[in-house]
Design a protein around this ligand. Structure first.
Ligand code: SF4
Ligand code: SF4
Length: 372
């Protein structure tokens, strides 16, 4: 298993990390065998959080040899104060370890939350003190935030490690930002400023797991079954990224991923071909800038509808896109054609017409997989 350093920390991690979101099923003891299998295959990075069911406790139940082999990253949802300190205490208790390798604040969403981390008595102060005391080895933050927020954290070197999503699907992560931007702006910035990067949502929250036949063709893969290894390889190859975290439900899935990253020596042509495939697949009229979000009198989430439509027609993610469309409180049928959105949209296309087309496709029965 390839290993990389996490920024300026002296923590050496496997390029493939084990995520604990599937651990919510069953009991903590049920997952010890997966931790053992991961360590056995050279995976060292284990990602969890105070709020993830069974994640910390699974480490707590693991044999000492596994506990010592793992680089454990866990997270507090707090941005500072006593809850932060209490979470740190509880994490150590549940992990049954005297230290945490990477302690993060979880899911920073905007500049206000980032600034809270930097305040007196905020997460950064507490984490710094814990590091001085030898309770944690590195500080970190996971983000679901606009590119400029994460970039600011990197330029400020506020954390030793940052975590954000990287995958083949995400044209946008939060409205107004995109995975493409994350890759093109954040990874070089992190390299320059020597901040460790851990990537999450490699399989786009399970969307790639459910198959993306069109993307498979664009990437020149033999079958949709190859999309998962290709997605993992894509992330693991990216320069500037230390570790790609993936959640596995069983040892077979783990082995598939381990095989996927066995050959990730720099391969410019293949990496560029995949990047081209992703760029081509991530096409569509709406760039998800978000400008129209507050102007629609019918409260239609226009970029969200177009995201699902693009997933359907450009990525071949049919069932999931239709399922998520059916869950919208207000769908594209509510459009009256008032043109308010058109007045603010920087792109040149007919929004109401595309909404009608999107609705016809996304509301069709699932057995019909053609865009209508
Ligand atoms: S044209 Fe449709 S989507 Fe656009 S603002 Fe009017 S009702 Fe909303
Ligand atoms: S429809 Fe236009 S304004 Fe609305 S999010 Fe897309 S690109 Fe932006």
């Amino acid at each position: 298993m390839h290993r990389r350093l996490l920024g300026t920390t002296e923590i050496d991690v496997s390029v493939l990390g084990l995520g604990s979101s599937p651990f919510r099923a069953g009991q903590p003891e049920d997952w010890v065998h997966l931790l053992e299998a991961a360590v056995d295959r050279g995976i060292t990075y284990f990602d969890t959080a105070r709020t993830y069911v069974n994640g910390e406790d699974a480490v707590g139940h693991a044999p000492q040899s596994v506990k010592e082999a793992l680089v454990v990253a866990t997270k507090t949802g707090a941005r500072g104060g006593t809850r932060c300190v209490e979470d740190l205490r509880m994490s150590l208790h549940h992990l049954r370890r005297s230290y945490i390798d990477v302690w993060m604040t979880h899911m920073v969403r905007d500049m206000r939350e980032y600034d809270l981390c930097l305040e007196l008595g905020g997460f950064c102060d507490i984490a710094h003190a814990a590091k001085q005391a030898g309770i944690i080895r590195a500080t970190g933050a996971s983000f679901h935030a606009p590119t400029d927020v994460i970039k600011r954290a990197i330029l400020d070197r506020a954390f030793d490690v940052v975590m954000f999503q990287v995958n083949l699907v995400g044209r946008e992560t939060v409205i107004g930002s995109s995975v493409a931007e994350y890759v093109s702006q954040l990874l070089p910035a992190a390299t320059t400023h020597r901040v460790g990067v851990v990537a999450m949502k490699i399989l786009a929250g399970g969307e790639l797991k459910h198959g993306a036949p069109v993307l498979t063709r664009r990437l020149g893969l033999p079958s949709p079954a190859d999309i998962i290894p290709a997605s993992i390889r894509y992330a693991a190859r990216l320069p500037g990224l230390s570790c790609a975290v993936v959640g596995f439900s069983n040892v077979a899935e783990l082995d598939q991923a381990v095989a996927a990253v066995a050959e990730i020596a720099p391969d410019g042509d293949l990496a560029e071909a995949m990047a081209r495939g992703v760029r081509a697949a991530n096409s569509g009229e709406c760039t998800r800038c978000g400008a129209c979000l507050d102007v629609c009198p019918e409260d239609i989430n226009v970029p969200k509808v177009f995201r699902l439509y693009d997933q359907f027609r450009h990525l071949g993610i049919h069932g999931v896109a239709r399922h998520k469309y059916a869950l919208l409180d207000i769908d594209a049928r509510a459009c009256t054609g008032c043109q308010e959105c058109q007045r603010v949209c920087p792109e040149d296309f007919d929004i109401a017409a595309l909404l009608t087309e999107a609705h016809r496709t996304l509301a069709a029965p699932n057995e019909d997989t053609r865009p209508i």
